[in-house]
Design a protein around this ligand. Structure first.
Ligand code: PLP
Length: 462
């Protein structure tokens, strides 16, 4: 449903809650100003209602979690909570945990290699990454990990060490370890090798920029040099970068990583916490690329709204862990939470819907087309696959493609005032990050694109 606004935005109750939060929460956590945020009270499907009774349209799926729409798996949680809310994850677990691990192992490595993978469950995405990092050091015997500039894997110290966004790391540098080596992440619009901006490339072969061979060669040199320094046990990569600005690498990139890992005996770890479960169309971005990793990290849309994540590995790799003798080396109080497992099982059932991948791809194309048709000089690039879309806000396209984060935040606030919930991301904060639930309608797509256009036009006004 399109928005229905009854007060100014934010309304008086949201403003009052913001004032209370300012006094009660660490000032670093929630961004608070006169125009932001609204306080959510209720959500269903595509819509969110705030504390003032205003109805919004959510084009974020609340951090790409509510892919099936808000509340889609709430019934599974209610039923489970009525029976058993909490168990003892690594001591006395539940059948739900068994079923979820079986299902995840089957839908990944079972499907890819004919032998189900094995699972370590966690609570948030960062946990899944850290389980993968521990697995990699046990399986490879090597501590070094190759990771990527502008990569985001969460903010726990292990995941943070592997991240490629310095602003999250700098204040804590003294407590971070040094086992991660950053590599450039190929990105046509903002070429890390300084070769070209895609928007300026005239010469293309079948839609592919002519500089791709040179880019692949630049990257191969950086990769070889990193492996040559030795002790690399794993390569950790997002198949498409989410918080890094919805960046989709060229088609040669993931196969090149697979080949290099095979040559050097390193493990390939896909962080599909954002891209997994059809966000980019196919079930996993690994499927779209035709590349099988050794470990895959999952979260977000896995449950549709419960803090539960998973690291799934090839069974031989996972068997690098020793058998538990009564004290797990890796666990947590809420590991395998029955409510989260029940929601994940319900979510996986719903995600089996026939035709879902094609539907997500088609809706994504429609949304990108609608954004391009705005012909806004503030949009330098519209990119994405499926319903993981980035619109890069620049000073003035096509001549000045420098990032314009001030306009992007103004556009996010203008959209909110019109009833559209959006996020800004990317290393400079200038990418409108658009990831609506898969149930988004044609009418909602058209309305949201027009609203973004109006927001950008107002952001442009002096
Ligand atoms: C690709 C990716 N990995 C890991 C994470 C971290 O997940 P969490 O915030 O649940 O720890 C995120 C969160 O946005 C993500 O996008």
């Amino acid at each position: 449903m399109l928005p229905d606004l009854r007060t100014e935005i934010p309304g008086p109750r949201s403003r009052a809650l913001a004032a209370r939060l300012r006094a009660a929460e660490s000032r670093n956590i929630t961004y608070l100003d006169a125009e932001f945020p609204i306080f959510w009270e209720l959500a269903e499907g595509m819509n969110v209602w705030d504390a003032d009774g205003n109805r919004f349209l959510d084009f974020t799926s609340a951090f790409a979690v509510a892919s099936l729409g808000h509340g889609a798996t709430a019934g599974a949680l209610a039923t489970q909570a009525g029976r058993l809310l909490h168990a003892m994850g690594d001591v006395h677990p539940t059948e739900e945990k068994v079923r979820l691990c079986e299902r995840l192992g089957e839908m990944t490595f079972g499907r890819w290699l004919g032998r189900p993978g094995k699972v370590i469950l966690g609570c948030n995405g960062s946990d899944a990454i850290e389980a993968a990092l521990k697995t990699a050091v046990l399986a490879s015997g090597r501590s070094g990990v190759l990771t990527f500039e502008n990569g985001y894997h969460g903010l726990g110290y292990g995941a943070l060490t592997a991240g490629g966004m310095p602003r999250f790391q700098l204040p804590f540098r003294a407590q971070l370890a040094d086992w991660a080596t950053l590599l450039p992440y190929p990105h046509c619009f903002r070429c890390p090798f300084g070769r070209a901006d895609l928007a300026r490339i005239e010469e293309k072969v079948e839609g592919i920029p002519a500089c791709q061979d040179a880019c692949a060669a630049d990257f191969a040199r950086a990769l070889d040099a990193a492996f040559a320094r030795g002790n690399i046990g794993a390569v950790l990569v997002e198949p498409a970068q989410g918080r890094g600005g919805d960046v989709f690498p060229p088609a040669w990139f993931l196969p090149a990583l697979r080949a290099a890992c095979d040559v050097h005996g390193a493990l390939l770890v896909f962080d599909e916490i954002y891209t997994g479960f059809h966000r980019t169309g196919p079930r996993f971005a690994a499927d779209a690329a035709g590349v099988v990793p050794d470990l895959i990290c999952l979260g977000k849309a896995l449950t549709g709204g419960f803090p539960l994540s998973a690291c799934v590995g090839r069974s031989e790799v996972m068997d690098a862990w020793p058998e538990s003798t009564g004290e797990a080396l890796h666990t947590s109080t809420y590991l395998g939470h029955p409510g989260g497992c029940a929601m994940a099982l319900a979510s996986l059932d719903a995600l089996e819907a026939p035709g879902l991948a094609d539907e997500v791809l088609a809706k994504g194309r429609a949304l990108r087309d609608a954004l391009r048709e705005l012909n806004s000089p503030k949009i330098g690039d519209v990119r994405g696959r499926g319903l993981m879309i980035g619109a890069e806000i620049v000073m003035r396209a096509p001549e000045d493609l420098r990032p314009d984060p001030a306009s992007s935040i103004r556009a996010v606030k203008a959209a909110l005032r019109a009833g559209l919930i959006l996020l800004a991301g990317g290393p400079a904060g200038n990418v409108l990050s658009i990831s609506p639930p898969f149930i988004v309608s044609d009418e909602e797509i058209a309305w949201a694109a027009a609203t973004i256009g109006e927001g950008l036009a107002s952001a442009e006004a002096p």
